[in-house]
Each structure stands twice: as C-alpha cells, then as structure tokens.
Design a protein around this ligand. Structure first.
Ligand code: LIP
Length: 268
C-alpha cells in the first residue's frame, strides 16, 4: 500500500482502544440498553472516548456517528463511523470474538475503513478503489464454493426476544440451501471473514450501520459483493445486509429476498 489515507492518523487510537477493552475485561460491569439483551459495558464507552478524542484532535470539523453517543457535526460531508466494541455480548461472556470498526464516509460513500479483531490482533483495512488488506498484506477472495457447500454467517436483531418468528422463514430457507450456518456474534468480523476466505456469505436484518458498513467496504475491495434490501451497496438507512464472496451472490440473494416473512414487509 503506497498511499497515505486520513484514517492512518487514527491507527494508534484504534490500538489504544483495543488495549483498554482488554484491560477492562476483568470485573466487567454490564448494563442493558433499550432491550434487555442489548448490552453496553464500561469498555464500550472508554473505547468510544479514545476514538472520538483522536478524531476531534486530527479532524475537528468532521462529523462523527458512534454507537453510544450523540452525532457530532451532523452537516459535515465527511463523517467518521465508530463501532467502539462490536460483540458486546461475546465480551461480557469472555468469548474472544470482538472487534472495533472505524470508517470514513465522504459524501455518504464509504472510502476508508479499519476493522480490528481485538483478540487475534488482526487489522483489516479497505480503501475505495484501492484494495483491502489484512495486517498490511493484500486481501483477495480466493475460496471457490457452491451455494450447497457455502458457510453462511448470520445474526439476529435484539427484538428477536419478542419477534423471533419474523426471522425464521429466511433462516430456514438459508439452512436448507447451504453447507452450514454460523452465528459468531460480531457482525463486522462475519463480513470480514468472507474477505478472509473463511465464510462465504452473511445476511442479517436490522443490523446497525456502524456494525457492517466498514466491513462491507473491505469485503467489496477484496472482490466480494454487498447489497441491502434495495439491491445497492448499503447505506446508513439499510435494514437488511446480504454479503457474499460474489460467486454465489445471485443465488444467495434470491434465497434471502424471496423468503422474507410478510411481517417484515413494512419494516424494510
Ligand atoms: C452485535 C453484532 C451481532 C449482531 C447483533 C449486534 P454489538 O453488535 O455484531 O453480530 O447479531 O445484532 O448488533 O451490539 O455486540 O456491538
């Protein structure tokens, strides 16, 4: 990689956030947000503080959208999106599948992204039109698969507690068509792992933009394909993410889109 990107000035902050997340794991206190199963910890808040401070120091006029805070400079045409701790339920239960996402949107287009896999110390990077990288090495999808053999990752939104039936039709259709389903609980890594030749596809309803937008840029730059419920690259308003290694995109997209429960029709 020969270019300098704005996000490079924030690299040390993302590693500082990761260190604080690891340090705060001992004796972690967990709080519920809107839904009882939607959690936040002191580590989410500390990680967010470190990243927001770094962005406002280097790029004071830029916007910031972050999971746990109010939006900063909402009218800027450059907006940083932060997920300070993706996989909070994993973290709270000492399951080492946790990530931080930091990405830049310029005129609503994702242009630069980092996803740091905290416990494996793997940094995924993506730059619009300029490739994807894993710990500095170019990342390309090499795995070849059919839909019948594909390993599909997914997750469920927090309203699953009351509305689980809304998500079963799609889940069952995918279960019947692929080689295996995985639910690892960290959406950014689910998507990056398609780029990293582990998973072949991913779908999830009502996943928040900070969870998957950065990883989606990384995946597309590695040769994959990501769409939302309207068929285009995801945006801040997307309600369904369908991602794949591209080879099975058409088939996978049809399985998901033609098996959406009608209770979701007016919510998508
Ligand atoms: C979580 C995801 C998980 C998904 C949940 C949730 P959090 O993020 O990454 O994979 O299924 O809906 O959004 O809340 O742990 O940062």
């Amino acid at each position: 990689m020969n270019h300098d990107f704005d996000i490079h000035l924030l690299k040390s902050a993302i590693y500082d956030s990761a260190s604080s997340i690891k340090e705060l794991r001992e004796g972690v206190q967990v709080f519920s947000k809107q839904h009882e199963v939607d959690l936040v910890t002191e580590a989410d808040l500390k990680s967010e503080e470190i990243l927001i401070n770094a962005i406002t120091k280097h790029y004071p006029n830029d916007g910031i959208i972050s999971e746990e805070s109010e939006t900063i400079n909402p009218d800027s045409n450059r907006t940083w999106i932060i997920d300070p701790l993706d996989g909070t339920v994993n973290y709270a239960n000492n399951i080492p599948q946790v990530a931080i996402t930091l990405m830049l949107l310029e005129n609503n287009q994702p242009t630069q992204a980092y996803v740091l896999d905290i416990y494996k110390d793997v940094l995924y990077e993506g730059y619009k039109g300029q490739g994807a990288y894993k710990n500095g090495e170019e990342l390309k999808i090499l795995k070849s698969t059919t839909m019948q053999k594909a390993i599909v990752a997914t997750g469920f939104p927090y309203d699953r507690v009351h509305n689980s039936s809304h998500y079963m039709k799609t889940f069952e259709a995918v279960l019947q068509s692929c080689g295996g389903v995985r639910r690892f609980g960290t959406a950014a890594l689910d998507v990056c792992w398609i780029a990293d030749n582990k998973f072949d596809a991913y779908f999830e309803f009502f996943i928040k933009p900070w969870d998957t937008l950065g990883a989606s840029l990384i995946l597309e730059e590695a040769g994959g394909k990501v769409i939302d419920q309207n068929g285009g690259f995801p945006s801040l308003d997307s309600n369904l993410i369908i991602a794949s290694n591209n080879l099975i995109h058409q088939e996978f997209k049809e399985i998901v889109l033609s098996n959406i429960d009608e209770s979701l029709d007016n919510r998508l």
